[in-house]
Structures are given as structure tokens and as C-alpha cells.
Ligand binder design. Structure first.
Ligand SMILES: Nc1ncnc2c1ncn2[C@@H]1O[C@H](COP(=O)(O)OP(=O)(O)O)[C@@H](O)[C@H]1O
Ligand SMILES: [Mg+2]
Length: 609
């Protein structure tokens, strides 16, 4: 059992070391200071042993008092030197340990983030932000602690133990054998406890991750929580999870310490035997008094490493659990698309190819449940098309596929004649500008948000984008103007203001293809009108795909594509579809009917009057 539990963990730790091999100089320095610190700490028992023998000889009259005095004083001086050296080395080791610990944390954090940013959208769909953060913090903290323990204590302990063993063997092999069996026996006894310990630790972590995930969601949407008066129930479910970790800790720690009593009892009995042997062999004249003092001190030195084996095992277990979590994320396959930074060249444009084309595209978020069935359509350069279909009918999914956020199950999505799977994905995303229903701004200034897709934009360009997006007037009314801080996700702005900044952001990105996914549907009529003006400016001379909630917006497009049950139902100009008897015609007549029942039916299409 213990072996099985240990084989995998050791390889996890080896993986951490390999993963951070750039730190090898620091690792080497840690080993060197540990070796030197051990040598100096081992010198002390010898010096004390020598002083004891000198004192015994002086008492027996075999050395003159003056020789004895000078020898003993020198012993004391050397002990001072050894202690000083050990002080310096310990601090040097501590410094290297701190630096290594932090470098390790930096390295692990940056790589984790780098990895997260390449993970496919589908991974994010089923993860909670707070959980991701909690997991990252825990695994990295625990790996860091482990590194610190290793550098500050483990190596010097191991070396001390090995050296003591060698020295004892020199004095009497029997002692060395006793000590030698003690180490593995103790580690084995410790590892017996480890499976249950790890299992409980994993349960605790799960509770904390779930609680943290919810915590971040609640804090991020505090307005909703407050408006539904759910503070106390959110708090109590948070507290319940944490209290469960209290209970689990009680069980875990009781188990650990109960076992520790047994382990140490075994250890104490072994030390009893060792002391007895040393005393008896001194009595029988095999060891001098000095030898006895030396050996007892050495045994004392080795006791600490053995006892702290359980602590080392404890830290390692946490690190193992942490690194498992860490690598479970690092091992997830990243987005399937190649990026330009990987040297994928842009293929030459295909003459007369439509700007966007979907050919027999089928897609499912979850295997076996196709959301899109054989979707085919094209949008030519400069054309504006509208997608119309029931709520949940797959309109946003088409946008997701166009952005390469998900991969079509079958069929082809192409931009200017090239399958997007063959284009660098960053290039695809650069070519498509999107304004979503939710503006999704970032904390920071208005300027930073407008320039998010083009950080190098000049002030003039930013102002121009804001002006065309119909945002400059309200921005200039703020005392700080473009330097106004807008709060997390832009919470300090109104919905209409946020959306106009999102339009300015898309304006500045200046992508040849534009997608508006219900860009104004979260707004009231007045805000909608001002945003719509910005959107009209944004759409001018651009290939556009519009998903809108107002038939009046749709009426102005070149062609409409209607979706029914995930299939393309009709494609045609607004005038053609108005009389074809299909979805669009139905919507128009419902709108004209103006009755309550009609409004209700319209709402199924995310359409308002
Ligand atoms: N990330 C997702 N994971 C699983 N199912 C999804 C996901 N996003 C959307 N869906 C499902 O796909 C269908 C189409 O959604 P969507 O394209 O957003 O519809 P809409 O036409 O309203 O934009 C819906 O049934 C929705 O439940
Ligand atoms: Mg949608």
C-alpha cells in the first residue's frame, strides 16, 4: 500500500524539479550550503568529545594542567568558530531558500497563467473563476513550502544522518546497524498514515475550491445577491463548507498525531537501546568517556532528522497534492489551433472567395447533442446579414465558431476562402470584431478600455473612435475624462455608456469583419438609440453579421438568414423573406398585430417591437 502511494508522488516531485530546471544554480547552491552547514555542525561533538577526554586525562594526572588548559581553551575557540560558520551558512542557506522559493512561485504562476490563456473556451465553460484562483494559490503555496523545507532543512538533515551513520560505524558497527534500520522503519510507519491523510486533504481542498468559486461569483455579482436578499444564505453555505474543513481537519490531524505517538514510541525504544549500548560499552572500556560524550551528541544530532521525517513527509504530501492539481491543469490540451507566433504563415487570399462561409457545419457543445445541423451560408465582402432564430437556436454559437472559440464537428468555417483551422487563430480573431450583449470591460481607465485591442493607439485615435461610437460626449463630461476609472467590469458606468465604450473599442480594433451579438438588447430604448448610432458608424463599409432584437434594425440588412431547430431555414433579402411565409414574415405580422400573445411569441425570438 505504502509503496503504491509513494511511486506516483515521487515522480510528481521529480516532475516539479524537471519543470523548474532553470533554477538549477539555486538548487546547487542550496545543496552546497547544506553540506557545509552539516560539516560545521558535526565538528562540534568532536570538539566537545576531545575537551572531555582532555579533562578526564587532566583529572587522572596524565597531562599537565597547563597543557590541558591550553587544549581546552583551543577546543572552546574552535567550537566558537564552528558555531559562527554554522550561523553564517544557515543564513546564507536561508537567503538562497527564500530566493528559490519565490523564483519557483513566479515561474509556476506565470506558466500556469500562460497555460490558462491557451485553454479552449469549453474548459472555461465548466470552471468557476474562484476555484481556478484558489487551486492555483494552494498548489503553488504548497510546492513553495516544500521547496523551502527542502532547502532549509531536508538536505542538511539527510547529510547529518548519513554522516552520523558513518561515524558511528567507525566506532562500532552495531550502533550503525541500529540507526540504519531506524530511518526506513520510521519513514515506513509515517507513510502508513499518508493515504488516509491525503484523502482527507483532497476532501478539504474540494470544499475550499467550491466555496471559493461561489465566493468569487457572489462578490462579482453582489448587486444580484443584494437585490434578492441572499446574503445570509450565501454566507451560510460558504461557512458550511469551511466548517466541514474544520471537521475534516480534526479527523485528519487526530489520525496523524495518534499515529505519531506510536511512531515516536517505537523511536524512543530504539534510542533507549542505543543509549544503553553506549553506556554499557563505555563501562566495559570499549569507548572512552570522550567517545561516549561524542556518540551521545551525535545520536542527539540524528534524532532531530528522524523525528522531522514525519514533518518532511507531511510537507511533501501537501506538495504532491498541490503539484497533482497543478499538473492536472498543465496537462490539459490547449486550443487546437496554431497561432501566428508559431510561425504559421498567412496563405494568400483566394480571389472572389466570400468573406465568411459556413459549409455543412454541424456542431455540438456536448457530444451527441448537435446544436447546429448542416449550416451553410456565405457573406460576401461588405455585405450585412442578420441571423434570426429562436432564443437558444444557435445564433451565438455561429459567432463562437466564427471566432474559433469552438471547433465545428464537421463541415468548414472559412474566412476569405481559408478554413479557419488552417489560419493562425490569433489572425482569425484579429479579423473579426465583436460587440456582445455584455460590454465586458475591465477595471482601469476608459482610455485603457477603448485601446484594449490596440494598446499602441494614439490619444487622437482613441478620441476619434470614441466620437464615432457616440461616446465622446459623456466621457468628456467626467472630470477625469478618458482617465476616469470605471471599476470592476466597468460597473461605475451605465449600461449604455459601457456599451458605447465597447463599440469604441471595436471601432479602434478596426477589424474587417464585424459581429454584433445582441449588442443593444440589454439597454433601455434611449440608451439603445445612442448606442445604435455608434453601431451604424461601426458597420459602415464592413462585412457584418448582426443578431438583433429589433426587427427595425434587421430591416436594413442586405440578407437575412433564419434558423429553425439548428437548421438554416431561409436565406434572402428582407423584402423576399417578408412575403415568403417563413419565420421573418411571421415575426413581421406578429409585430404588426401588437397583441399580448404576439409579443409573447416575438420574445421567443429575442425580439421586441
Ligand atoms: N457553452 C455551452 N455549453 C453547452 N451548451 C451551450 C453552451 N452555449 C450554448 N449552449 C446551448 O446551445 C444552444 C444554442 O445557444 P446559443 O447559440 O447561445 O443560442 P442563441 O441563438 O440564443 O444565441 C442552446 O440550447 C444553449 O443551451
Ligand atoms: Mg445568443
Amino acid at each position: 500500500m505504502a509503496e503504491a502511494a509513494y511511486a506516483a508522488p515521487v515522480s510528481t516531485l521529480v516532475r516539479i524539479i524537471r519543470f523548474t530546471r532553470d533554477l538549477w544554480r539555486l538548487y546547487a547552491l542550496i545543496v552546497i550550503t547544506a553540506v557545509l552547514a552539516t560539516v560545521t555542525s558535526l565538528a562540534v561533538p568532536f570538539l566537545v568529545g576531545a575537551a572531555t577526554d582532555t579533562a578526564a586525562q587532566a583529572a587522572a594526572g596524565s597531562v599537565s594542567p597547563s597543557t590541558a588548559t591550553s587544549r581546552i581553551v583551543w577546543s572552546a575557540v574552535w567550537i566558537l568558530v564552528a558555531f559562527m560558520a554554522s550561523t553564517l551558512l544557515q543564513n546564507l542557506g536561508g537567503y538562497v531558500g527564500d530566493v528559490t522559493g519565490n523564483r519557483l512561485r513566479t515561474m509556476l504562476s506565470v506558466r500556469y497563467y500562460e497555460k490558462l490563456l491557451t485553454l479552449p473556451q469549453s474548459w472555461y465553460d465548466s470552471e468557476l473563476t474562484g476555484t481556478i484562483v484558489a487551486r492555483l494559490n494552494r498548489s503553488i503555496a504548497e510546492i513553495g513550502n516544500f521547496a523551502k523545507t527542502m532547502s532549509n532543512a531536508f538536505f542538511s538533515m539527510l547529510l547529518t544522518a548519513v554522516s552520523v551513520l558513518a561515524i558511528c560505524a567507525w566506532y562500532w558497527w552495531g550502533l550503525a546497524v541500529l540507526l540504519f534500520v531506524m530511518f526506513p522503519a520510521f519513514v515506513w510507519l509515517t507513510s502508513l498514515t499518508s493515504r488516509k491523510w491525503q484523502q482527507l486533504e483532497a476532501e478539504k481542498n474540494t470544499e475550499i475550491d467550491i466555496a471559493s468559486g461561489r465566493f468569487a461569483e457572489v462578490v462579482g455579482q453582489i448587486r444580484v445577491v443584494k437585490s434578492f436578499v441572499r446574503e445570509s444564505s450565501e454566507l451560510s453555505s460558504f461557512a458550511k463548507r469551511f466548517r466541514r474543513t474544520d471537521a475534516l481537519t480534526r479527523e485528519q490531524s487526530a489520525h496523524w498525531h495518534r499515529m505519531d505517538v506510536w511512531r515516536r514510541t517505537a523511536l524512543n525504544l530504539a534510542f533507549f537501546a542505543i543509549h544503553l549500548i553506549i553506556f554499557l560499552r563505555t563501562l566495559s572500556g570499549d569507548f572512552s568517556v570522550g567517545d561516549m560524550v561524542l556518540l551521545i551528541q551525535l545520536i542527539g544530532l540524528v534524532r532531530a532528522p528522524i523525528e522531522s521525517m514525519s514533518w518532511v513527509v507531511d510537507t511533501s504530501q501537501r506538495a504532491i497534492a498541490g503539484s497533482k492539481d497543478y499538473f492536472s491543469v498543465m496537462d490539459i490540451a490547449h486550443e487546437v489551433w496554431p497561432t501566428a507566433s508559431h510561425g504559421l504563415a498567412l496563405p494568400a487570399p483566394v480571389a472572389n472567395a466570400p468573406t465568411i462561409s459556413f459549409t455543412d457545419v454541424c456542431f455540438a457543445y456536448e457530444p451527441g447533442h448537435d446544436v447546429l445541423h448542416d449550416i451553410s451560408f456565405t457573406v460576401s465582402h461588405g455585405e450585412k446579414i442578420a441571423l434570426v432564430g429562436e432564443s437558444g437556436g444557435g445564433k451565438s454559437t455561429i459567432v463562437n465558431l466564427l471566432l474559433g472559440l469552438y471547433q465545428a464537428r464537421t463541415g468548414e468555417v472559412a474566412l476569405s476562402g481559408h478554413d479557419i483551422g488552417e489560419l493562425p487563430i490569433d489572425e482569425v480573431r484579429r479579423r473579426v470584431g465583436v460587440v456582445f450583449q455584455d460590454a465586458s470591460l475591465f477595471s482601469g481607465t476608459i482610455r485603457e478600455n477603448i485601446a484594449y485591442g490596440r494598446p499602441e493607439a494614439t490619444d487622437e485615435q482613441i478620441r476619434d473612435a470614441a466620437r464615432r461610437a457616440n461616446a465622446s460626449l459623456f466621457i468628456e463630461q467626467f472630470t477625469d475624462g478618458y482617465d476616469t476609472l470605471i471599476g470592476e467590469r466597468g460597473l461605475k458606468l451605465s449600461g449604455g455608456q459601457r456599451q458605447r465604450i465597447a463599440v469604441a473599442r471595436a471601432m479602434l480594433k478596426d477589424a474587417p469583419v464585424l459581429v454584433l451579438d445582441e449588442a443593444t438588447s440589454a439597454l433601455d430604448t434611449k440608451a439603445e438609440r445612442s448606442v445604435q448610432e455608434g453601431l451604424d458608424a461601426l458597420m459602415a463599409d464592413r462585412t457584418s453579421v448582426i443578431i438583433a432584437h429589433r426587427l427595425s434594425t434587421i430591416a436594413g440588412v442586405d440578407r437575412i438568414i433564419t434558423l429553425r431547430n439548428g437548421h438554416v431555414d431561409e436565406i434572402g433579402t428582407p423584402a423576399e423573406l417578408a412575403v415568403s411565409g417563413g419565420i421573418y414574415a411571421e415575426l413581421l405580422s406578429l409585430q404588426n398585430a401588437g397583441s399580448k400573445a404576439a409579443k409573447k411569441l416575438l420574445a421567443r425570438y429575442d425580439i421586441t417591437g
